[in-house]
Design a protein around this ligand. Structure first.
Ligand code: HEC
Length: 106
């Protein structure tokens, strides 16, 4: 119970941070919510994975990149290095990336 409350408070603190801080993660260079840039829109990525949860399950795992967005599969090497960079972030930064992604696909 106590653990759950701590988690809830932490989530609230993160939420507050995500809405007040507009700092974009480095992903923004190549991704947007509804528009393709260097990489596919997050809308397409989420559609390919089925859910935001599934996307972050992959990102937070150590599974190799096997592009699911067929249209962009040939650009896999561009994302590969970015994935490495993402996986080195601490949990707080990863949560910020997720909050930002969710904001983009609204
Ligand atoms: C230098 C450009 C670049 C940056 C920066 C970048 N990406 Fe990507 N991303 C790509 C490209 C190109 C693809 C398409 C190739 C692929 O799917 O592997 C892609 C694909 C993806 C995919 C789909 C992978 C799949 O299975 O098809 C996800 C999820 C993703 N990016 C998330 C992120 C996140 C989160 C960040 C920031 C932490 C990020 N990207 C930063 C270029 C970038």
């Amino acid at each position: 119970m106590k653990k759950m409350m701590i988690a809830a408070v932490a989530a609230m603190a993160l939420g507050a941070f995500a809405t007040t801080a507009s700092a974009k993660p480095f992903c923004a260079t190549c991704h947007a919510g509804h528009k393709d840039k260097v990489g596919p829109s997050f809308e397409k990525v989420v559609a390919a994975y089925g859910s935001v949860d599934a996307v972050f399950e992959f990102l937070n795992s150590d599974a190799p990149l096997e592009p699911k967005v067929a249209e962009f599969a040939s650009k896999k090497n561009t994302m590969k290095g970015q994935l490495k960079k993402y996986r080195k972030l601490n949990d707080e930064k990863k949560a910020e990336v997720r909050a930002w992604v969710e904001e983009q696909i609204k």
